[in-house]
Design a protein around this ligand. Structure first.
Ligand code: SF4
Length: 391
């Protein structure tokens, strides 16, 4: 749906005839609901073990923001019972039962993520729920912050004091222009780019070093260079990036927008991993005129080893007490029938082979597209990482 058509057709979602609201109830990821026995189902890949429980506030009027890609946005025209978030149903579950089962049911989850909505009660309710889980379960806790609700540093201190050891700020869009377009004034949303980065910076003063992250969504119209510049900007603040692939939600403004090409996502994943996990600076990377990565600045054999490890392509998320990803979000970016974008488990040899095929598959091959400023020639590029990877 184009923006004009969407604007004509939108209407505020009516109040839902459903009394289940936070802080007594929360929306729970389907994977979490299955793991704790609230829903029936199993993961398509048997290697999958859920390591993080993701919950989200829920209200009759839903979120007051209106992000163009979001399944819980104010103007999405579906009843709450049919609401999906990242295209999967999120069952509404009583917090009390969730806490009880988190301690009674055997599972391997190590972290809880408490996600806010842009609703004025959501900050207080999140803090209340964080405190309850912190006092009654052994789970580590992340606060997934809606930055527009944070007005002062003390708000972040309250989240920390309730028991969260980490926070992430869902910046989502990689550039100020895309942020404004998808989350700001054009969609009648309250979110502002500068404020989100201000909150990110404030959070680094409140939480332990390395305990702040941002979310970025690949596929909102950014180039790979723009997305990786945002990763580097965050890394320069000692803030890690947790990466998501855009996945269209029906009945949202971007409901008909395609997912980013797999090559775009794989190169963003690999670049993010090099920046965040290996401390390689973006200025070692080379891009073509379309902003696609054509060289990660590493010896081909070194890059191949990194690809072969599979780690860059595993879900990036908040860690457990050993530094391993706990928030592994199985099928958070796509249906089981689709190609996996974020691996919730260590990719198999066959998965790595698929990744190798995807990594450079959609790269613009036109010599004209290589930026003259970069001083690169296609010849040099073909003789580099690309050839070594067998593409
Ligand atoms: S990475 Fe996962 S646990 Fe961390 S804030 Fe994001 S969704 Fe929550």
């Amino acid at each position: 749906m184009n923006q004009e058509k969407f604007s004509e057709s939108i209407e505020l979602r009516p109040l839902q005839d459903d009394d289940r609201e936070s802080p007594e109830y929360v929306m729970t990821s389907l994977a979490g609901a299955i793991t704790l026995g609230f829903e029936k189902g199993k993961f398509a890949r048997e290697e999958t073990v859920l390591r993080g429980l993701n919950i989200l506030m829920t209200y009759k009027e839903n979120c007051v923001a209106n992000c163009s890609y979001c399944g819980v946005s104010r103007e999405r025209r579906v009843p709450r019972e049919e609401t999906t978030f990242i295209r999967v149903k999120w069952p509404i579950i009583p917090v009390e039962e969730l806490i009880e089962r988190s301690v009674q049911v055997p599972h391997q989850m190590r972290r809880l993520c408490v996600g806010m909505l842009a609703n004025r009660q959501s900050l207080d309710h999140s803090i209340q729920i964080i405190r309850q889980f912190h006092e009654r379960t052994p789970l580590l806790i992340s606060g997934l912050i809606t930055a527009s609700l944070i007005k002062k540093r003390e708000d972040l201190e309250r989240i920390r004091d309730a028991g969260a050891d980490r926070v992430d700020i869902a910046i989502d869009a990689a550039t100020p222009e895309l942020f404004e377009k998808h989350r700001g004034r054009p969609v009648k949303g309250p979110h502002r780019w500068d404020h989100f980065w201000w909150v990110t910076e404030e959070a680094t003063k409140v939480f332990e070093p390395g305990a702040v992250g941002i979310h970025l969504v690949a596929g909102l119209g950014e180039t790979e260079q723009e997305l990786l510049e945002a990763c580097q900007k965050a890394q320069d603040m000692n803030v890690v990036t947790h990466l998501f692939s855009f996945n269209p939600e029906p009945s949202t403004l971007l409901g008909d927008h395609p997912q980013p090409p797999m090559g775009h996502y794989r190169r963003c994943q690999l670049g993010r991993y090099l920046i965040n996990e290996l401390g390689i600076h973006l200025h070692h990377f080379r891009f073509n005129a379309q902003g696609q990565v054509i060289d990660f600045g590493l010896e081909p054999s070194v890059l191949e080893k990194i690809v072969e490890s599979g780690r860059p392509f595993m879900t990036s998320g908040c860690p457990d007490e050993h530094g391993e990803t706990a928030c592994n979000r199985p099928y958070g970016n796509g249906r089981p029938s689709e190609k996996i974008r974020n691996f919730a488990f260590s990719p198999t040899a066959q998965d790595i082979e698929d990744i190798r095929q995807q990594l450079w598959a959609d790269l613009a091959l036109d010599a004209q597209t290589v930026s003259e400023e970069e001083g690169l020639s296609v010849k040099a590029w073909e003789g580099g990482n690309l050839a070594e990877l067998g593409k």
